[in-house]
Design a binder for this molecule. Structure first.
Ligand code: PGA
Length: 250
C-alpha cells in the first residue's frame, strides 16, 4: 500500500452493548504507537453507543462514525430516524451511506443521494458504499451497476473531497468469500476510472469491504489502489481487528 493514510473502518452493524466500548482499549493502545501514525481507525458502532465511543477515543486519533442517517437536515417528525447534524453534534466525524444492508431495508439511489448531500452539509466524511449482487456479477453487469450506483448516488454533487468510495460486492459481505485478487485489482482500477471521468478526481479514496479477515488481508493489501478496508464481523473482536491492522501495516 502506497502513500498517505490507510483506513480501517469497523462497521459494527447491529452489535454491541454498554460494556462493549471497554473492548477497544487495545486498539486504542495500538493506534498510539508511532508505527501506526499513518493509520486511521474509524469505529462505526450503532447509534446507541456512538457517544460512549466518542468519549473513549477523545484523546486519540481514532474517529467515530454512524452507520446511516436520514436525508433531512432539520429536526422533524421522522420516527426512528437520526439526521446528519445530530450525528455530527454527538462527535461523530463519519457516516456510512448506501450500505447494501441499508439498501435492502429501503434505501434507494435517490435517498442515498439526498443523504450524501445532507451529510456533506453537516460536514461529515462519507463512506459511500456500492457493489453488485451475485446475480449481477454472473450476468457480467458489475461495471454497469457500479457506474449507475456511483452516478445516481452522487447526482449533482461536485465536491467529492469528503467522500470515501467503499466497494462492497454484496456476495462477499458476511460470506467469507472475497473476489479473486487480480479481479479485484482490475475492478478497483475500473472504479477509479469512473470517478476520474465523472469527477476529475485522480486521488479518490477507495476502500474495499466484504469478508476482510486476518487471513485474507495479506492478499488484499497487495492491491495498491485500495486505501483501506471496511470491516464488519472481524472488527467486533479487538484481537482480530488488531491482527488485520498489524498485517496490513507491517
Ligand atoms: P463483513 O461486512 O466484513 O462482515 O463481510 C462488511 C460490511 O458489511 O461492511
Amino acid at each position: 500500500m502506497t502513500n498517505n493514510k490507510t483506513y480501517f473502518v469497523a462497521n459494527w452493524k447491529m452489535h454491541g452493548s454498554v460494556n462493549s466500548v471497554q473492548s477497544i482499549k487495545n486498539v486504542i493502545k495500538l493506534s498510539k504507537k508511532p508505527k501506526y501514525k499513518n493509520t486511521k481507525i474509524v469505529y462505526c458502532p450503532p447509534y446507541t453507543l456512538i457517544r460512549q465511543f466518542v468519549e473513549k477515543t477523545k484523546k486519540t486519533k481514532i474517529d467515530v462514525g454512524a452507520q446511516n442517517c436520514h436525508f433531512e437536515n432539520n429536526f422533524g417528525s421522522f420516527t426512528g430516524s437520526v439526521n446528519a447534524n445530530m450525528i455530527k453534534n454527538i462527535g461523530s466525524k463519519f457516516v456510512i451511506i448506501g450500505h447494501s444492508e441499508s439498501r435492502i431495508s429501503g434505501d434507494t439511489n435517490k435517498t442515498i443521494n439526498l443523504k450524501i448531500k445532507s451529510a456533506i452539509k453537516a460536514n461529515l466524511k462519507i463512506i459511500f458504499c456500492f457493489g453488485e449482487t451475485l446475480k449481477e456479477k454472473r450476468n457480467k453487469m458489475t461495471n454497469k451497476v457500479i457506474n449507475y450506483q456511483i452516478k445516481k448516488g452522487l447526482h449533482k454533487i461536485k465536491n467529492i473531497k469528503n467522500i470515501f468510495f467503499a466497494y462492497e460486492p454484496v456476495w462477499s459481505i458476511g460470506t467469507g468469500i472475497i473476489p479473486k485478487i487480480n479481479e479485484l485489482d482490475k475492478q478497483v482500477r475500473e472504479i477509479k476510472k469512473i470517478i476520474k471521468k465523472n469527477y476529475k478526481a485522480k486521488n479518490a479514496k477507495i476502500l474495499y469491504g466484504g469478508s476482510v479477515n486476518s487471513q485474507n488481508i495479506l492478499a488484499l493489501k497487495k492491491i495498491s489502489s485500495i486505501k483501506g478496508f471496511l470491516i464488519g464481523g472481524a472488527s467486533l473482536n479487538s484481537k482480530n481487528f488488531i491482527d488485520i491492522i498489524k498485517k496490513t501495516i507491517n
